[in-house]
Write a protein that binds this ligand. Structure first.
Ligand SMILES: Cc1cc2nc3c(=O)[nH]c(=O)nc-3n(C[C@H](O)[C@H](O)[C@H](O)COP(=O)(O)OP(=O)(O)OC[C@H]3O[C@@H](n4cnc5c(N)ncnc54)[C@H](O)[C@@H]3O)c2cc1C
Length: 422
């Protein structure tokens, strides 16, 4: 049976970065991907805008992925494509993985795991859209796959529900391909996507965005013929009398992404109710020793640049962990997010690792729960301030990255607070 130091599950940007870093630290590394090509979701993202933070360039998804695939080709990372990890279990020496591929079932062992399995899209069933179930109800990712990978136009006239980035990008993409988009409908009062995508994908193409409105019903037998849209109240409930019927042949859903954590759950990894990904420390290690997590499996990211950063962090630390002969017991300080925060990651700081790393700052990401104007964000421990910054505005879709200098944590807690300055 093959035995590896580090096995990385998922060959998207997080997995690519993790595998490269792990191998760079000298670990015998296996990268497993269920599709026939590496790159994850980036393969179907042919628009530009990737890599601004990391490379200072506007790249398309495949171009961005290639920046990591090229060095991987020259590395000692062992790749397994068209291979699905169907099972993972803990054993004395690490983990045993069951792999399913065209050549059958196989078992491999690895000292350490990096979960980089990405995320999945919420479907119509998960948001309770009523009516018949004809063809033509698609998630934005599926519509993107049909258009960009298969070269097939999935819609002639489509309503988009949800103003997440993938929906906005598909509104523009389908318009460019000759389809009509009568509107993007968003139940919340503010859009969910990045401001640059609202401007470049909707405003530039005169596609209307209706906030405070949602799709309540789908009509059609074989194929979608129309949808009913309604205004919603502050509790997101449809308001009677505001119904409007919009003729269309397709309903595209862009109503949220959920970290893909089936394997993590089976391995007993505790998940965060806020991020829906594993609770982890600053090294990307989950609360189960030896299991690391990165990218959208850990926390749904708005920028792929941060996905690569989290993959590198997890891959590097996974290799260190695999090579360590003595592993210090982790001593956790909790990272608490006060009122106004949607989530914070990591949720724990391993103080043993902080002591070992000396002066190295710890990176923390957070999102605000609602749109805010000028806001001061502080981090305190036992009454001592360790971070203080004023933001001109904060928006839930935009993840903020901060670096903390941590030396001494009081009462085992670091608490983030927000204060409005308007
Ligand atoms: C449909 C969709 C479209 C997106 N479009 C954009 C966009 O336009 N711009 C943007 O900035 N961000 C976009 N994103 C966000 C994007 O997902 C991230 O920026 C980035 O691709 C996440 O990288 P990742 O490696 O964490 O996940 P992914 O790119 O999703 O990669 C995960 C990989 O893991 C593999 N995998 C999962 N489970 C297993 C298993 N059990 N065994 C083997 N392999 C497995 C999958 O096949 C996949 O290749 C999109 C996300 C989705 C879901």
């Amino acid at each position: 049976m093959n035995h590896y130091d580090v096995a990385v599950i998922g060959g998207g940007p997080a997995g690519l970065a993790a595998a490269l870093q792990s191998e760079k630290q000298g670990a015998k590394t296996l990268l497993i991907e269920r599709e026939n090509r590496l790159g994850g979701i980036l393969k179907q993202c042919i628009h530009d805008g990737f890599g601004l933070v990391r490379f200072g360039e506007k790249l398309s998804g495949p171009e961005y992925a290639y920046r990591f695939q090229a060095p991987l080709e020259g590395s000692a990372v062992e790749k397994r494509l068209l291979t699905f990890v169907s099972r993972a279990r803990k054993i004395d020496t690490g983990f045993e993985l069951t792999l399913a591929s065209g050549s059958g079932m196989e078992t491999v062992r690895s000292g350490v795991l990096v979960l980089a399995t990405g995320c999945r899209e919420r479907t119509a069933r998960q948001i309770g859209v009523h009516g018949t179930r004809p063809a033509g109800v698609l998630t934005a990712g599926s519509a993107q796959y049909y258009t960009n990978i298969l070269g097939q136009l999935p819609a002639r006239r489509c309503v988009i529900l949800g103003s997440g980035d993938i929906g906005l990008i598909m509104a523009r993409r389908l318009t460019l391909e000759g389809a009509t988009v009568p509107g993007v409908y968003e139940a919340k009062q503010t859009p969910s996507g990045l401001s640059r995508n609202i401007a470049q994908c909707l405003d530039d193409f005169n596609i209307p965005l209706y906030t405070g409105r949602t799709v309540t019903r789908v009509f059609g037998r074989q194929r979608v013929e129309a949808v009913e849209v309604c205004s919603v109240n502050e509790f997101m409930q449809p308001i009677t009398g505001t119904e409007e019927c919009i003729p269309c042949d397709t309903l595209i859903l862009s109503v949220g992404l959920i970290p893909e954590n089936e394997l993590a759950e089976k391995l007993g990894v505790p998940l965060s109710p806020e991020t829906k990904g594993p609770i982890c420390d600053q090294n990307g290690m989950t609360m189960v020793d030896g299991i690391f997590c990165a990218g959208n499996a850990l926390l749904v990211n708005d920028l792929v640049d941060y996905v690569s950063e989290s993959g590198e962090n997890a891959g590097r630390n996974a290799a260190f962990y695999a090579a360590a002969t003595k592993r210090p017991v982790r001593r956790f300080a909790a990272v608490n997010a006060g009122a106004g925060f949607l989530c914070v990651s990591p949720q724990r700081i391993d103080m043993a690792a902080v002591d070992a790393a000396g002066d190295t700052p710890v990176t923390v990401f957070f999102r605000a729960a609602a749109e805010r104007g000028k806001t001061r964000v502080k981090a305190n421990t036992g009454g001592k301030e360790i971070f203080n910054r004023t933001y001109r505005h904060l928006r839930p879709p935009e993840m903020e990255r901060v670096e903390l200098k941590i030396s001494n944590v009081q009462n085992g807690e670091i608490t983030f607070v927000m204060e409005s300055e308007e």
